[in-house]
Design a protein around this ligand. Structure first.
Ligand SMILES: NC(=O)c1ccc[n+]([C@@H]2O[C@H](COP(=O)([O-])OP(=O)(O)OC[C@H]3O[C@@H](n4cnc5c(N)ncnc54)[C@H](O)[C@@H]3O)[C@@H](O)[C@H]2O)c1
Length: 521
């Protein structure tokens, strides 16, 4: 795609997704006027959309719509398209040269809104509504480079500077994360970190202090956005300590960081958690932008606002919720990861795909390799983006881990116990979670799926059997101490089918023992 000056920001999405109000809000933030395609069609025809449907049928309307939309896209600016505009192949092809922004509404919300308003010709019949919804969903997925939640007036205004920057950067995709305590863009693609100095977002601080993983810095320095100073951290769990946080906080003070400055967290999950914690606590909280450089961080830990450090007594025992101002993930930075780190990170991809189900699971189960350097760049970016959207969607529903967010612990209950029993040295986190996933699938009674995941892990060089010297009793005792245990026992995340995780499930002692013993096989 060639860079063209008049790339249009085109809002797409199903009926009643809030496209027009999002387009108005984004246009206002960019100091321009939006154009509504349906209003333009009505003005050209001198009739309402309903009257055109009546007189010319849907085919007549679609013909008019295609003509008008192609013209509007050429004019540039901000436009809102009708829900069915993407059914036209020519419109979809044209959108590839612009920035399609999808207002992603769930089916029930859309129906509730549509059925209240009988002026919409296609909103009178639930069966027809469902059929259209199913048919259009993949088309929105196909054309959209940016995804906003529905009713996104505020999000669209805040996202506007980022959307503006994405117009001329076709390699980048954006998903808008919205939680109760903050909303922010997650941008994935080659060169994503370079947006930081380029984007005209008034919420961003003017000065940045980077806290950077030393190995990531050595291999990927070009992806670190400009910063006043760079504080280096050694990767690995050993750095997630209060002592290290104190060292960094004091270094920030010595470097002269102020309340209106921001921190760039450049590295894997360790640096993301540690730098995020420093940002959450420095002068009672300053902004942080996450620039993740490991698979774990790009598909999971950078999103969602959980920050913290470990105590000698237990992992992640000190921390704060602190949502980032943005997450900027360049999958190209993953190619320098040590092979074992990349493979262990792949387990989080498998976990996320199992939670999401559908297309993501189909893609992940078919991947030829768990090594980013072996994968097609577009394929890798699409998988990272899909994982980011899954995590963002889960966190949006439950920022503080009191309900739905628990699905992200799939495989982690037994996984953490294996990790702890092995003294954190025996298995990498991801490797232990892989074993935990196998146990969780056994507990779910999903024998075929367990076998498929076992085969997948094995194909990518990950352990599928527990080391013979790790006692089952010690692992069971560690499960019982799991920090997520409540007064009435440990709640498991189970999954019978991809895409359908169930939280807070009770599991009998005998079943659990059998699932862990099976890992010996
Ligand atoms: N906050 C959350 O929601 C959340 C979620 C999942 C995991 N986590 C945390 O994430 C941590 C694990 O993260 P991780 O697996 O990324 O480990 P990590 O941050 O230690 O990185 C793994 C290794 O890769 C190196 N590295 C990083 N980027 C590199 C690059 N581009 N090229 C070469 N080497 C590179 C690091 O130096 C390190 O040695 C754990 O502490 C876990 O608790 C947090």
């Amino acid at each position: 795609m060639s860079a063209r000056p008049n790339r249009t920001i085109a809002f797409v999405g199903f009926m009643a997704a809030g496209k027009s109000s999002a387009a108005r809000a984004a246009a206002a933030a960019l100091g321009t006027e939006p154009v509504d395609a349906d209003a333009q069609i009505e003005a050209d025809a001198g009739r309402t959309v309903a009257e055109i449907f009546e007189a010319e049928g849907e085919a007549g309307f679609r013909e008019r719509e295609e003509r008008v939309v192609l013209g509007l896209l050429e004019r540039g600016g901000v436009v809102a398209l009708g829900g069915g505009a993407v059914e036209s192949t020519r419109v979809r092809e044209a959108l590839a040269g612009h920035l399609a922004v999808w207002c992603d509404v769930d089916r029930e919300t859309a129906w509730e809104r549509v059925s209240r308003n009988d002026r919409r010709p296609l909103g009178r019949d639930r069966g027809e509504f469902d059929r259209r919804f199913e048919a259009r969903l993949p088309l929105y997925e196909q054309v959209a480079r940016a995804v906003l939640p529905s009713s996104a007036r505020e999000a669209a205004a805040l996202a506007a500077p980022w959307l503006d920057a994405l117009r001329t950067r076709p390699a980048l995709r954006l998903a808008w994360a919205r939680t109760r305590s903050g909303q922010y863009p997650a941008v994935v693609g080659e060169g994503a970190p370079s947006l930081l100095p380029a984007v005209a977002d008034p919420r961003l601080p003017g000065r940045w202090f980077a806290i950077a993983d030393a190995a990531a810095l050595a291999a990927q320095r070009g992806s670190l956005p400009p910063a006043e100073s760079v504080l280096e951290v050694t990767g690995g769990e050993g750095s997630k300590t209060l002592a290290e946080a104190e060292r960094l906080l004091r270094a920030l003070a010595v470097a002269g960081a102020r309340r209106d400055d921001g921190v760039i967290a450049f590295g894997g999950g360790v640096v993301g958690d540690l730098a995020g914690f420093c940002a959450a606590t420095y002068q009672r909280g300053i902004g942080v932008v996450q620039v993740p450089t490991t698979v774990v961080a790009q598909v999971d830990s950078a999103y969602g606002g959980k920050t913290g450090v470990d105590l000698p007594e237990a992992k992640n025992y000190v921390g704060a919720y602190h949502q980032p101002l943005a997450v900027l993930a360049d999958p190209g930075t993953l190619v320098s990861l040590p092979r074992e780190e990349a493979a262990a990170g792949f387990v989080e991809v498998v976990k996320t795909a199992l939670i999401a189900g559908g297309e993501l699971w189909d893609r992940v189960r078919a991947l030829p390799s768990a090594q980013p350097s072996d994968l097609d760049r577009d394929e890798l970016a699409e998988i990272v983006f899909a994982c980011a959207r899954t995590k963002i969607g889960v966190v949006a529903e439950d920022e503080r881990d009191s309900g739905r967010r628990a699905v992200l612990n799939l495989g982690h209950t037994v996984g953490h116990a294996v990790e702890t029993t092995g003294g954190y040295a025996r298995y990498r986190h991801g490797e232990a979670v892989g074993l935990g996933l196998l146990a969780a699938l056994r507990l779910s009674g999903a024998a075929d799926l367990r076998e498929e995941v076992r085969e997948l892990l094995s194909r990518h060089g990950l352990p599928t059997a527990l080391a013979s010297d790790l006692p089952v009793d010690a692992i069971l005792a560690a499960v019982a101490r799991d920090k997520k245990a409540t007064a009435d026992g440990v709640g498991f995340v189970l999954l019978e089918r991809p895409g359908e995780p169930m939280i807070g499930r009770r599991v009998g002692e005998g079943e659990l023992r059998a699932a862990v013993e099976e890992l010996r096989a």
